[in-house]
Design a protein around this ligand. Structure first.
Ligand code: PEP
Ligand code: MN
Length: 341
């Protein structure tokens, strides 16, 4: 359910509506927009009458939202949401490129890559410190030390950090360092983790599970938002199909579909989506053409020595070409990509 308030309604009227919603045992979610203030109602099953609601000063109308993902839905928030990650807006005219290694491997490695991607126009630094690996014997990440190296790279370059939080045990620690908390594909339906990040007031990058439908991704985002954290970015990173020529199948259909269903920004990860470095750039170009609000790209200065995902990592030299190309495509769709130094 959605309560639409008149644009000029005051705080007192908003509080009154929220109190009436709470009195019925439901949760109010105030979502200010450019043309109206909406108050989403969650916790109700189907349409319910809330006494006196329509007669409260400032209430314009009460709408029944039929989609199962309410707060994520465009019905609730018609304008695009812009998520601010330490001063970098995601979801606006600028297409933000996040880049960096799959995993933080050493201080030197992450500092070197951070300087390179910054020079080439990346606006955020990616890098995993807690790595969810398929094999228990594979490199699991530098953990706290990895976070410290990322913070040092942010200090020097000014690039905000996106890094994965793998479990609730380490959430407090990772949230201390991360500017954007990444929930990995393998955790998209870890509902406890989703609820815990929902209690924070920090932006979240939610990756699509490798066998998850778009609806399931949107409902996973709803878990986060239902707890009051509305700063969610959806990420398409490829799904499992019968095709085995590539690591995953990058589902670019998801971009326009999610943009239509939801007001949240959409990021595409062509690195994991295709898994082959030489094909990352064409898919990055296609992602921008399809309407992505941001890209997340794996870059390593020595991919053959990388401790994870070397096969899909671009060298700084090939990343430079990707940036040149996506700038051209962005201009064709009336968007921009930051220029390098
Ligand atoms: C990653 O970003 O390095 C990663 C592990 O991604 P995903 O969860 O999409 O596999
Ligand atoms: Mn990776």
């Amino acid at each position: 359910m959605l309560v639409v308030m008149k644009k000029d309604s005051n705080q007192q009227a908003i509080d009154r509506v929220c109190d009436l919603i709470r009195a019925r045992g439901f949760a109010p979610h105030v979502m200010p927009g450019a043309v109206r203030i909406a108050i989403g109602v969650t916790g109700n099953q189907g349409f319910v009458e809330i006494e006196n609601l329509e007669s409260v000063d400032g209430v314009m109308e009460v709408i029944h939202v039929t989609s199962p993902h309410k707060l994520v839905s465009r019905d609730v928030h018609p304008e695009d949401t812009i998520v601010d990650v330490r001063g970098v807006p995601i979801g606006g005219k600028e297409i933000v490129v996040m880049a960096g290694p799959c995993a933080v491997e050493s201080r030197e490695q992450v500092m070197h890559i951070a300087r390179e991607v910054k020079r080439l126009g990346a606006r955020m630094l990616r890098g995993g410190a807690f790595k969810p690996r398929t094999s228990p014997y594979a490199f699991q990440g530098l953990k706290k030390q990895g976070l410290e190296f990322l913070a040092e790279a942010r200090e020097e370059t000014g690039l905000p950090i996106v890094t994965e939080v793998k479990d609730t045990d380490n959430l407090e620690l990772v949230a201390e360092y991360a500017d954007l908390l990444q929930i990995g594909a393998r955790n998209m339906q870890n509902f406890t983790l989703l609820e815990e990040v929902g209690k924070l007031r920090k932006p979240v990058l939610l990756k699509r599970g490798m066998s998850a439908t778009i609806k399931e991704l949107l409902l996973a985002a709803e878990y986060i938002m239902s707890q009051g954290n509305y700063q969610v970015i959806l990420c398409e990173r490829g799904i499992r199909t019968f095709e085995d020529s590539t690591r995953n199948t990058l589902d670019l259909n998801a971009v326009p579909v999610m943009k239509a269903l939801s007001h949240l920004p959409v990021v595409v990860d062509p690195s994991h989506g295709i898994g082959l470095w030489s094909k990352v750039t064409p898919m990055a170009r296609a992602s921008v053409a399809a309407g992505a609000d941001a890209l997340i790209i794996e870059v390593h200065h020595e991919p053959q020595k990388a401790l994870s995902d070397g096969a899909q990592s671009l060298t700084p030299k090939s990343f430079a070409l990707l940036m040149r190309d996506v700038r051209r495509i962005a201009a064709a769709v009336d968007r921009t990509v930051a220029s390098g130094e």
